[in-house]
Design a protein around this ligand. Structure first.
Ligand SMILES: Nc1ncnc2c1ncn2[C@@H]1O[C@H](COP(=O)(O)OP(=O)(O)OP(=O)(O)O)[C@@H](O)[C@H]1O
Ligand SMILES: [Mg+2]
Length: 148
């Protein structure tokens, strides 16, 4: 399964992310790939909005992991974990964060620069690939379910 959408504004990317979040279930992992400034964090913002988190994704950030408190469709508490692995140099740093625990937890994990993970990448996940379009505000977003 793979779907491609071209958005022409930040607002549209956020709206698309909000709609996508409707498919997410507790424990799901989403990896976000694409160049600097291609829209990964804006997309995470949309997912945060869908889960009604009080704080939202920021970028750029020097923090590897942010946690946002949100709620699911039944108003039960749900944690959104937002990893940005851009500055991570070794897998040890990721283990030290307690990465596996978050991954196996019942929140939603969103991981920017997930190529850092190598074999730590979960087998079941959504991959989202971002690329720049012809216009300044155009972004191509491709979502695929892996092992789903
Ligand atoms: N259609 C669009 N969708 C998303 N962002 C857009 C769009 N058009 C322009 N932008 C701009 O592109 C930038 C996207 O920034 P964002 O922080 O989401 O990128 P990123 O992929 O997370 O980069 P990084 O790898 O540095 O974390 C923002 O400045 C935003 O205003
Ligand atoms: Mg980012």
């Amino acid at each position: 399964m793979s779907e491609i959408r071209t958005t022409t504004s930040v607002t549209e990317t956020i709206a698309y992310a909000r709609a996508f979040a409707g498919r997410l279930r507790r424990g799901d992992v989403v990896t976000l790939f694409g160049d600097l400034g291609s829209g990964k964090t804006q997309f995470v913002k949309g997912v945060c909005q869908a889960f009604k988190t009080c704080t939202t994704a920021t970028s750029p950030s020097f923090v590897i992991l942010n946690r946002y408190n949100g709620t699911d469709e039944r108003e039960s508490e749900l944690l959104v974990y937002h990893f940005d692995l851009y500055r991570v140099k070794s897998l040890t740093e990721i283990y030290d964060l307690g990465y596996e625990e978050f991954l196996q937890g019942d929140g939603i994990c969103l991981i920017e620069w997930a190529e850092m993970l190598g074999e730590l990448l979960p087998k079941r996940r959504y991959d989202i690939r971002f690329s720049l379009g012809a216009d300044e505000n155009e972004r191509r977003i491709e979502i695929s379910g892996v092992g789903k």
